[in-house]
Design a protein around this ligand. Sequence first.
Ligand SMILES: Nc1nc2c(ncn2[C@@H]2O[C@H](COP(=O)(O)OP(=O)(O)OP(=O)(O)O)[C@@H](O)[C@H]2O)c(=O)[nH]1
Length: 413
Amino acid sequence: MEIALIISVVIALLVGTVLVGFLDRRPAPPKGAYPGLRDADDPAPGVASGGSHGSTAVLERPEAPDAELLAPAPKHAAPPVVEAAPVETAPVEVEPETTRQLERPEAAGTRLARLRARLLKSNNVFGKSLLALLSQDRIDDDVWDEIEETLLMADLGTDATMELVDRLKARVTVAGTRDPQELRGLLREELVAMLDPSLDRRIAATRKNDLPAVTMVVGVNGVGKTTTVGKLARVLVAEDRTVVLGAADTFRAAAAEQLATWGARVGVETVKSDVEGADPASVAFEAVKTGIEQEVDCVLVDTAGRLQNKANLMDELGKIKRVIEKQAAVDEVLLVLDATTGQNGLTQAKVFAEVVDVTGIVLTKLDGTAKGGIVVAIQRTLGVPVKLIGLGEGADDLAPFTAEGFVDALLAD
Ligand SMILES: Nc1nc2c(ncn2[C@@H]2O[C@H](COP(=O)(O)OP(=O)(O)OP(=O)(O)O)[C@@H](O)[C@H]2O)c(=O)[nH]1
């Protein structure tokens, strides 16, 4: 009996020890977790948005692409995708895996020509009225006033309007012509000059010092920023560039998913965090790291742009840039602006320009406004070229901007 009692006590003690050891153990860090990159003096993640977020983020690591799903791979389609492209579900007519292809985006060069009609439709008042006014038999002060009004209505801005009217007056007087074609040519020249065709509008997309070109895309939420990053990836893929996307807009849960879907359609990997409100700088860091490892041509980093507080914005964008630059230079900061917001867009532009060194403007939704003159106003205000314009919601409705192409579209018959 006694022996049985002693044995029971020993067994109970052993079981207790094992249980205590097991429960005491902290859970192992999840696979793929990496330390947050906030500096010691940085505010805790999520403070700015009022959320409570951890300082570590778990990035999704891409699975190796299913060679058959992606085959036959175009030469630019090598990078793995994080999220598989939406797969057609029709069971009967499903294509054999081997014939399924990634989307082939439209070449950049043909886009503005294709989208001309949209620009003309939305901005015909601008181009057509100017031409009609200039072509009148006699251009008196009233006509010049109307020309001035037309330019102001198109959001050209006061300074640019005055300048253009003065130049047109001088040239029309000197030329002494009433010929509509000559007047059109003259107006074209002056409008192109206002847009400064000498500006370098190329997007940084070439590797430098064995590192990818890094582009940060900034702008207020809702202007079409995430869409623009997705569309820009397509522009680059169409130019046979390899790309990695970084979903550093961690404040809108759907933004990362949205971006990943854009990327997956053209075989571009998106680095994102599963944690809503994760440290955007960490995501940006991982995206650039992935881009370096995969030796891609460029990394595009989407950011959040809450404007309630300029100091927060400065903190966040400054931090992202600083953290990226631990690995590679930020070659391009593209500011996305919504053309339909007119002067409000200009105010936003100024705030962002004070916070980061903007190198180019992307003007979205030009298909939805008759105020095409905003292109001139923004360029002049910021001294930064408009590099791309958005002319619709379609995947390839983002076109590289050229002064001549834009003006020709405005003045087309
Ligand atoms: N008509 C038109 N719509 C556009 C254009 N560019 C973007 N959009 C639309 O604008 C809406 C907002 O785009 P998003 O990319 O989600 O905006 P966002 O700035 O990224 O917003 P957050 O993700 O919240 O930061 C979407 O419905 C886009 O399809 C454009 O050039 N023309």
